[in-house]
Design a binder for this molecule. Sequence first.
Ligand SMILES: [Zn+2]
Length: 529
Amino acid sequence: MSLRLSLSQPHRSLLGYQAVATVWLVMGLLNGPVFPKTASAATASELYENALSRERALAAPSRPQPPSLRELQTLIRRYEGIVRQYPRSGYCDNAYWQAAGLALTAFKHYAHSDDRRDSEKFLELIQSEYPSSSLISAIPGRRDRLEAIAHSHARLRPTLVTSIERTLVDDGVRVTIGLDAEVAYQYERLANPDRVFFDLHNTEPAQHLLDGSRSFSNDVVRKIRVGRRPNDTTRVVLDLANVQNYSVFALYNPYRLVIDTVRGPNEPIPPELARLAPEPLPPTANASGDFSLSRQLGLGVRRIVIDPGHGGHDPGTRGSGMSEADLVLDIALRLRTLVAMQPSTDVVLTRETNTFIPLEERTAIANRNNADLFLSIHVNASTNPRARGIETYFLNFAANPDAESLAARENASSSRTMARLQGLVQTIALNDKLDESREFAEMVQDSLEEQLRPTNPTLQDLGVKQAPFIVLIGAKMPSVLTEVSFLSNQAEALLLTEDDYRQRIAQALFNAVLRYQRTLKNVQVATRP
Ligand SMILES: [Zn+2]
């Protein structure tokens, strides 16, 4: 409310009836109303006071509900009427101010953008028509308020599930859920009947998706059902038949969730697919545009070595009552369970308990087992408590036995040798495995980013890097070391305590292995430029 006192605007609380009448007379002379006054015409003051008392009644704490849209709009028209009838009275800026406030209340409760626009319009009218009003200084604050309300509405509005598509692919069925924006989701596979359900939080399905379930006569996803659950949750259920395993990942622009199911060994390949794929596709080039030896030879990944970092007397980094050694072992065991579901891939762990394994021994295990892929899992730490996120390293010294032994010697000692090692990294940059390692590292990083962002929305993608990690040196296969979150960051430490978060990490690493396998087997159709 403006407190300006001027000739044309009486300070209402200080004036008695007589004074009001006097001022009214002056007002009439100076800023006479458009219509001739009759004995019964209410003054601007009376109209304004009347509207104010109605507004107070609407806002009374005894009322159980917020005012209805209609009550608010009726009152807004009353304030507008004062300005129409007495455009030069001192009440006009106040009337607009009150009307702007009522429109804001309407916007807050009913979220119609019309009411936001009306509120803005009244504020603009005060600025343009009453530039000397003392209310002008309060306008930015009110605009901020409107902005904040608009933001909270945007946050609360459920995201639309726009489409659900089912496509037959070489090794199974892909289901793609299209969404308007990124959402938080959970999923779980259940038995009897075999199904996997997805709960998409703060979403609503497009109308056409609610028209019952869709059934399919062939292949491993037999039915897709969409339903609404409490709290704006959309549940999508895939009824499965003979699915060996499945993976879940998100893609962006536009955001979509992809569920890849893999056909079980006894499931017939649908005839339309058999017709479509008469001959194998050419090898997929890696990111540098080359065809690596393993790609040229069409070699797959038959054995993967998973290396949970640290263990025994070396707990790794510690924080929030946890040790890196325990965390990464838990993740590695979860990952092993996922990989073991694929009968075509063997999995070897460098340690299965809390024991110490020298770094060199870890790669030796991988070499002895003729592994095709080596994945070392670590948890990060920093002296900066705000540092957080995921990063993945690659390095491979395999091709050159001299380099291998040199690296082993150099690594036994101090940081003095690091510059030397950096040189070695350059030397092996031509190595075929280096490209494969970088390729796999990128898949690991992307996959972690996709899986973790829903529960860790401020996740920092620290990227794929190369560094002379001792544990990677000497491995004869593509090798990657991933740092899956920071234990030194309070928020990420809290996430790491959750089973769900560690399972997501395992799932992400598994998805990366699957993707890597697919590029080697040329299952992935897309060829990079
Ligand atoms: Zn570590």
